[in-house]
Design a protein around this ligand. Structure first.
Ligand SMILES: Cc1cc2nc3c(=O)[nH]c(=O)nc-3n(C[C@H](O)[C@H](O)[C@H](O)COP(=O)(O)OP(=O)(O)OC[C@H]3O[C@@H](n4cnc5c(N)ncnc54)[C@H](O)[C@@H]3O)c2cc1C
Length: 228
């Protein structure tokens, strides 16, 4: 079998470091970071009221709802029934350099990829419709590791850290980047499925325009919350 080699291919060597670096920049520019469990979002004349798990509330001029796979019930509070589901995915990260590959490899048609990260050699993939509450089923990862070893028999599959995450997925594989039906002081930004890291910058650009009520340089029409 011939596999294509993408000369211009590149990858993020550490998603955590990227996220921390972006957060640092944003904080340097004057942002404030507060962690809250948002239970309710209400559109009122005086502003958008968020109710938190600790019983407190805050009112804002504008709100971006970007709660990944957990966004659906909050959007429903605003009157939008959006068919967001989660495709759960798995990965295992082994000590750096132990799997014998020096570059990312997509095992096309086999449902998994290999990525050499700064933090370790990662094998990831799988799509599981298991909802937001069920415990991870790491037997799925065992299947991927067995398949990987068929391609790379010398790989040392020991000392791996397992992980399961929730892709926020839409039936048409397009995100929702949009005003809710009833209030243009709120912007939805969720549903990026398998490509949320890749698409984050472009999404942020569109969101910036929607919050500022200026015209985005990319047509947001295909990402409308009203398309269903
Ligand atoms: C195994 C796997 C591999 C992947 N590989 C890639 C890849 O190679 N490239 C790529 O581009 N993408 C990849 N993705 C997809 C990517 O991770 C997602 O698309 C992306 O994380 C979605 O970003 P998000 O900010 O919308 O949601 P999330 O990253 O899920 O963030 C949502 C945040 O909202 C918070 N939240 C939820 N509910 C509330 C609430 N009520 N109150 C307060 N906070 C709340 C959550 O705690 C979370 O921090 C992968 C996903 C998985 C699972």
């Amino acid at each position: 079998m011939r596999w294509p080699h993408y000369e211009a291919g590149c990858h993020v060597s550490d998603p955590n470091q990227l996220t921390l670096a972006l957060a640092k920049k944003v904080l340097e520019r004057g942002a404030r970071f507060d962690a809250h469990d948002v239970r309710e979002i209400a559109s009122q004349d005086r502003g958008i009221v968020l109710s938190y798990g600790d019983g407190s509330r805050e009112t804002f001029e504008a709100v971006v709802l970007a709660a990944g796979a957990w966004s659906q019930p909050l959007a429903a509070r605003l009157g939008d029934n959006i068919p967001l589901d989660t495709e759960r995915g798995y990965n295992t990260t082994f000590p750096p350099g132990t799997l014998g590959l020096s570059r990312p490899v997509v095992f096309e048609g086999h449902g998994f990829v290999f990525t050499p990260l700064d933090t370790g050699d990662r094998i990831g993939g799988s799509v599981e419709f298991g909802g937001l509450k069920a415990a991870p089923n790491f037997k799925r990862m065992d299947v991927l590791l067995r398949r990987f070893q068929e391609f790379v028999p010398d790989a040392v599959l020991q000392g791996g850290r397992q992980w399961m995450g929730f892709r926020p997925s839409m039936p048409d594989s397009l995100p929702v980047i949009s005003y809710p039906t009833q209030d243009r002081r709120i912007v939805y930004a969720f549903g990026h499925g398998h490509y949320g890291l890749t698409q984050a910058v472009v999404t942020a650009r569109i969101v910036t325009h929607l919050v500022a009520r200026t015209a985005p340089d990319i047509d947001p029409g295909p990402f409308s919350a009203q398309r269903f």
